[in-house]
Design a binder for this molecule. Structure first.
Ligand code: NCD
Length: 319
């Protein structure tokens, strides 16, 4: 699979890689969401569908949630895992082995490769070499499809549809890969309005805006005061310190937009969701955690596991 021809899902997940939201159309997303709902309703029924299946988790970048959520998903479906955290220190990558060789070795052991990598496009490269499906668990500043799908599922569960939804994406929209996948994902639904609030130098890549603004209403704003009075969700993100070449540049923007209880009181609406992919640094006040609208430590996390269970079951042809 090369960069140019990412396989479309078209409601047939079996054997496909999951590397980008560009592979999806709205029927495929709805099929995924229906599957998630079925698993959530009766997880017991699915508890051994991955019997004798093995997933290898290759995480070249730090992760707590995405790593354990995928591992939990495999195990909750009765499957097995080989887990590599930090292969740059612990695998033959230390000796200079290429990614192509690493995946060609692991495909001999495993039925699926779940990979996080520091380089944008790495999962596409891995998918190109691997004969087993590859799931992108985050590729540098590229995408984070499973996170976006769990975010969208959480909104779908709350509002019953993603059509007509209005959201505000806040923070590091340049380096934040979850946001890139979300913009692509929301472009598949009707009348979605996304306000994009970020420091000037952390705006969404203009190329991405240009490509997707035909399908989703993208409104770039610069100040908290420009946020809409009534949004269905706020999606706060951290400034991605590790992507900055110069720490001073990070320091200059890290506190640009802070979500405090006061802001939620002033600008939040009653029936909204407050979301964050986590980890948070200081942009999201923990005083909000107990607010019923806050779902970043609850529904987003739980749904993350169920969405990944559904994806694994579909991709491995067991659902
Ligand atoms: C995000 C990521 O890794 O892109 N975290 C996650 O997987 N939930 C967001 C981030 O690191 O800021």
């Amino acid at each position: 699979m090369s960069n140019g021809d990412i396989q479309k899902i078209q409601s047939h997940f079996k054997g496909k890689d999951i590397v980008s939201l560009e592979q999806f159309d709205s029927p495929s997303i709805k099929l995924l969401f229906k599957t998630v709902q079925k698993i959530k309703k009766n997880p017991e029924k699915y508890s051994s569908i991955l019997k004798n299946k093995l997933a290898v988790l290759l995480f070249y970048e730090p992760s707590s949630r995405t790593f354990s959520s995928h591992a939990a998903a495999v195990k909750r479906l009765g499957g097995l895992t080989i887990e590599y955290q930090n292969p740059m220190q612990t695998s033959s990558a230390v000796k200079g082995e290429t990614l192509a060789d690493t995946v060609r070795v692991f495909e001999n052991y495993a039925d699926i490769i779940i990979m996080r990598h520091f380089q944008m496009g790495a999962s596409i490269e891995a998918a190109h070499y691997a004969s087993v499906p590859v799931i992108n668990a985050g590729d540098g500043i590229g995408e984070h499809p499973t996170q976006a799908l769990l975010d969208m599922f959480t909104l779908y569960e709350k509002f019953g549809s993603l059509d007509g939804i209005t959201g505000v994406l806040v923070g590091d929209l340049l380096y934040g890969r979850t946001v890139h996948s979300l913009i692509k994902g929301f472009s598949l639904f009707k009348k979605v309005k996304l306000y994009l609030l970020s420091p000037k130098n952390l705006r969404v890549d203009p190329e991405l805006i240009k490509k997707y603004k035909k399908y989703v209403n993208l409104i770039e704003i610069e100040k908290i005061e420009d946020m809409p009075k009534k949004a269905d969700f706020w999606y706060w993100t951290r400034v991605q310190k590790e992507r900055f070449k110069n720490i001073k540049d990070y320091e200059a923007v890290k506190n640009s937009f802070l979500l405090t209880s006061d802001l939620l009181k002033r600008r939040g609406s009653r029936d909204m969701l407050v979301m964050h992919p986590l980890p948070r640094v200081n942009e999201l006040d923990s005083a909000i955690d107990s607010d019923p609208r806050a779902v970043y430590l609850t529904k987003q996390i739980k749904n993350g596991m169920f969405v990944r269970m559904a994806l694994l079951g579909l991709v491995l042809g067991k659902i």
